[in-house]
Design a protein around this ligand. Sequence first.
Ligand SMILES: [Zn+2]
Length: 254
Amino acid sequence: MTGLIDSHIHLDDVRFDEDRNQLIKSAQKVGVGRFIVPAVTVNRFPAVLKVAKEHAAVSYTLGLHPYYINEHSATDLEFLAQSLHDSGAVGVGECGLDFQLKELDRDRQKLIFEAQVVLAKHFALPLVLHVRGAIDEVFKILKKHAYFNAVMHSFNGSIEQARQIIDQGIYLGFGPAACNPNAHKLKQLVAFVPVEHILLETDAPDQPFYDCFNQRNLPIDLWRVNEEIAKIKHIDAADLAKQTTFNTQQLFKL
Ligand SMILES: [Zn+2]
């Protein structure tokens, strides 16, 4: 089977500090060969760069996550621009809009997000998008800049929204949440989206499978994501692996 690529995994997370090397090795044993690690604040850039330096299988993206909107400053945007220029980042993100948490200032989020769209376009790098309760708003900003080189990770919108988004060539990321037997709407969505537009992810350590609730999830989980999404789509797991790996390589120019 083609080696799988985890398109979204926070391998720099402190919850992996104890056993990171071992976890990467066990994932590689079952065919998860490569990992894309998105940074979420400038404070995390050094940790992300360190993981990438220590593991040839790790590529990374740099960005300012909307969840930490109160931590980001104009200087951080300048530092991001400089870092994208100097480093070997394969994308811009994790960035986007999170309108589900009311305490996160929406105007400020839009400002910081739009600046990152401009940067991504400038450096011709793909965007790694975090979108919660704001799919239409994010799409509007992308349209404004006519820049659709992106993946919406852990996508959870409607079929109609998915249709419009993939029409522009944007990829959709799916992970453990889509494998929950009770996630009927999300499963219908996965069934609808053509494999040419799908990336696989674990979003580890934050997205445990429904039957492992309250635990951190692991790099090795991508193998199971591939198996379960293949089942939902009634296709062979090896074919899904092959296509999604190709998609990820195309997007991040690996
Ligand atoms: Zn993430």
